[in-house]
Design a protein around this ligand. Structure first.
Ligand code: ADP
Length: 495
């Protein structure tokens, strides 16, 4: 895996304070926000969002795009931070220093830039290539922070681009700031359009050479795993014919193989391929009922010619969540969704049951593989047994009940032990918690996604039921806002 050092050398503990700016250039929108960190795990966020004009995505020069971004920052400051902005202008007019401003007036800004970057310092990184419909050739190879700073300076704004932020690292930082735990968050992970994770590694374990300056005193370095590309070469993941077809017909065959089994961008397509494959089988009757019961009247199942079923990438993953959530006898909600998003009218209950079963298998596998990724980081970092190399600490109640269960005296005893373990699980000592922050529609909205991740964690021998109970997984919203602000804060300390 890529295992990219991020130059972020620690995670926050919730006491951080100050007013910071964050901007996020994702795909379609540019977001500007200011974040007031209150120092008590809470924050206040103001944000504005603007669509990026299509012509700027393919502008002749990088300057055109970055000047537009700087202009949005100026607008935001004038609208929401007029006092500080006005103080800065007054100061500029009377100041004798060349820059004309006071350091305390300067906003530190975290720049979330979701395109492939070769990062060479906390606020330095060159663009490797554009994706998502952007194409401005002269920007490739340039430092995107310097490009933005140049246009900010041209407008004389009191803003310093302090950090270049990866959204997964932002998730880790945001969770660590807001997490109720005493220990910092270990891992930030995204399960949305794509999937990726960033975790806290011992600096001594990082073997990659690092060009830029960074604070070595913490002995830690946040690593961006880029785990979406796991298995590009090894080919160890079990593959179904549907995975093989998806990969073959994708724009990047053989690439992002782990992500292709996990993230929102692909799950709808796996479902679509599985359904259309089944429809072609002579011995399977799917969406072919001549006399199906639907919405309390009888009619023939028909498939719209322009159905998403026949269009690559057209099935949105959210249908998997609807299928999982509908446990009614008649699967009415799911049948409505099949009509709306698959273009199949009057699908039978059996059809809906088939869709539900396949969708369940696709999503459950995604969640268990996600759990495997989390488990790998937990095991690799040794966070569950930090005393492993020294004197072992006292066993927790959960660990003891796990030991009892492993004796397998009888099923009855084991059932009691399970109950005990559940009770003990509720009382896991705060110091023993391993905290993980997650973000993304899949983990947020698919019913039971976390439960399946936990199933996978439990069956790993190095983690087990006792270890799984000590892993706390919480949603970390707004990595590109509060997370980016926190990285700007870390960076500002190093100036
Ligand atoms: P992003 O990762 O782009 O920041 P999201 O976290 O919202 O944004 O993820 C969007 C992806 O999640 C899309 O691929 C979409 O199909 C999928 N998605 C959105 N809602 C759901 C849902 N309810 N259940 C499953 N997948 C969903």
């Amino acid at each position: 895996m890529s295992q990219i050092p991020t130059y972020v050398t620690g995670v926050p503990n919730g006491t951080e304070k100050g007013l910071y700016l964050a901007v996020d250039l994702g795909g379609t929108n540019f977001r500007v926000c200011s974040i007031q960190l209150n120092g008590d795990t809470t924050f206040n966020l103001i944000q504005s969002k603007v669509a990026i004009p299509k012509e700027l995505m393919v502008a002749k020069t990088a300057k055109e795009l970055f000047a537009f971004l700087a202009k949005q920052i100026e607008l935001f400051l004038k609208t929401h931070h007029e006092d500080r902005f006005a103080a800065h202008i007054r100061r500029r007019q009377t100041a004798s220093t060349p820059e004309g401003y006071r350091d305390e007036h300067i906003f530190r800004l975290g720049f979330t830039f979701s395109f492939p970057i070769h990062q060479i310092g906390i606020n330095r990184g060159t663009l490797m290539r554009w994706t998502k419909g952007f194409d401005i050739p002269d920007a490739v190879g340039q430092d995107v922070c310097a490009l933005l700073q140049k246009e900010i300076d041209a407008l004389h704004l009191p803003v310093r681009v302090a950090a270049l932020v990866n959204d997964t690292v932002g998730t880790l930082m945001a969770r660590s700031y807001t997490s109720p735990g005493k220990t910092g968050t270990l891992l930030g992970a995204i399960f949305g359009t794509g999937t990726n994770g960033a975790y806290v590694e011992k600096l001594s374990a990082v073997t990659k050479s690092m060009e830029g300056d960074f604070d070595k005193s913490t002995g830690e370095m946040v690593i961006n795993t880029e785990w979406g590309s796991f298995d590009n070469n090894l080919k160890v993941l079990p593959t179904t014919p549907y995975d093989a077809q998806l990969d073959r017909d994708s724009v990047n065959p053989g690439i992002q193989m782990f992500e292709k089994r996990i993230s929102g961008m692909f799950l709808g397509e796996i479902l679509r391929i599985a359904l259309t494959t089944m429809m072609k089988k002579p011995d399977v009757s799917l969406f072919a009922d001549a006399n199906s019961s639907h919405n309390d009247y009888r009619s023939t199942t028909t498939i719209d010619e322009t159905s998403c079923l026949f269009t690559q990438w057209a099935v949105d993953s959210s249908i998997l969540s609807i299928a999982e959530a509908d446990n009614s006898v008649g699967l009415r909600a799911l049948r409505q969704e099949i009509e709306k998003s698959l273009g199949v009218s009057a699908a039978s209950i059996e059809d809906a049951q088939a869709v539900k079963e396949i969708a369940h298998a696709v999503a459950k596998r995604a969640a268990r593989l996600s759990g495997a990724a989390i488990g790998a980081i937990v095991i690799h970092t040794g966070r569950l047994n930090p005393g492993a190399s020294g004197v072992p600490g006292p066993k927790s109640a959960a660990a003891i009940t796990e030991d009892i269960k492993n004796l397998k005296i009888s099923e009855a005893v084991s059932a009691t032990a399970n109950k005990l373990a559940d009770t003990a699980g509720l009382a896991v000592n705060e110091d023993e918690i391993v905290d993980i922050g997650v973000d993304g529609s899949l983990v947020e909205f698919y019913p039971g996604f976390e439960d399946y991740m936990r199933d996978a964690l439990r069956i790993l021998p190095e983690i087990g039921a006792a270890g799984e109970r000590r892993i706390r997984i919480g949603i970390a919203k707004d990595g590109s806002g509060v997370g980016a602000a926190l990285i700007a804060l870390v960076a500002a300390k190093m100036e």
